[in-house]
Design a protein around this ligand. Sequence first.
Ligand code: THU
Length: 157
Amino acid sequence: MTDKEIRIKYREFSSIEEMNPEDRELAAEAIKAMSGAYAPYSHFHVGAAVRMSNGQIVRGANQENAAFPSGLCAERTAMFAAGARYPDKDMLGIAIAGGVMGRLAKAPVTPCGACRQVMAQYQAKSGKPMSVIMISADKILKFDKVDDILPLIFDSI
Ligand code: THU
């Protein structure tokens, strides 16, 4: 028997200005995407922006439904739109922002398990790492690949 440890590296920024220009642009798009949220139940508006390998950015926002499971998170809304719009391109990164009444939340919005699994699928499809940026009013976190937020991802060990 051997004890094993999984280590996760990520970067923390204190403001969007600290990031490189590409990530800054993606983060700004995720914040803008919050305005597309339809959240009559939670009132929590989440925006996501996906960077494609052709340089295009595709936005998504959470869409809620009276029949709860029929709604969808911002991340999957953005990724499914991106996959449908650019089926032959790769998803190189996703940024996520959330808050109430257009104001960013204090804690970064961390994607749910189902969204992480969908990220893993598109990362596997492209064979290239997909970075994940989580934005809040106080700090921004950047993970270089989906594996970092979904340890023991299928087929990774
Ligand atoms: N939500 C997202 O869209 N993405 C996340 O990462 C966390 C949660 C949405 C789902 C629901 O519409 C609302 O935020 C409150 O949970």
